[in-house]
Design a protein around this ligand. Sequence first.
Ligand code: DC
Length: 223
Amino acid sequence: MAINIAIDGPAGAGKSSTAKLAAKALGYIYVDTGALYRTVGLYSIRKGIDTRDAEKVIATLPDIRVELKFVDGSQHVFLNGEDVSEAIRTPEASMGASNVSAIPKVREFLFELQRSIAAENNCIMDGRDIGTVVLPNADVKIFLTASPEERAKRRYKEMIEKGQEADYDEILSDINKRDYQDSHREIAPLKQAEDAVLFDNGNYNLESGAEELLRIIREQLKK
Ligand code: DC
């Protein structure tokens, strides 16, 4: 049986970067499920559809084929055969993903793909409802978080380093808005699973955060 580690938590807490390093150390694949919601959102955005319009978004699903491929341990997401791993990383796609992820039919649409990857691979799967809904029997569950201010600070730094324009207040308000949306939706809201270990990543840098994450995973796997 494949070993499954579920990591949930809000946007920008450092889930993906720390989980990627931990997965590498364990020799597991790292699965970023947010990319799937981003891909569904991107399709609607490209078609000029309002991502809050559930009916219209649902009508696009039969035209969408989402696939994940792992190249040298790194995840690529494909939309109808096109590698959209870069295209899904815009602020517009982030908001679109948050909108479409609140639509139950979209979640159903992506459910099987996530489950089958976890069944076939030792993996760290990162998302919002992995420990609560997608993999309720995961071997280890972690809720990884950090304060909104700390997350906004990191995001600001990241954007400046990439040479992008960044406004701290705007980033913070975006984070608060997305947190609210993600944790107050009716279906699969972001919340810590009862049997998840809480990890506040706020005071760690990337390497020490990944080490701590790895320590928690190894400790939990022994239980
Ligand atoms: O992790 P991310 O920022 O790439 O996720 C994009 C959006 O998708 C985010 O607003 C929450 C949503 N999401 C979700 O509802 N369930 C998941 N398992 C992963 C992401």
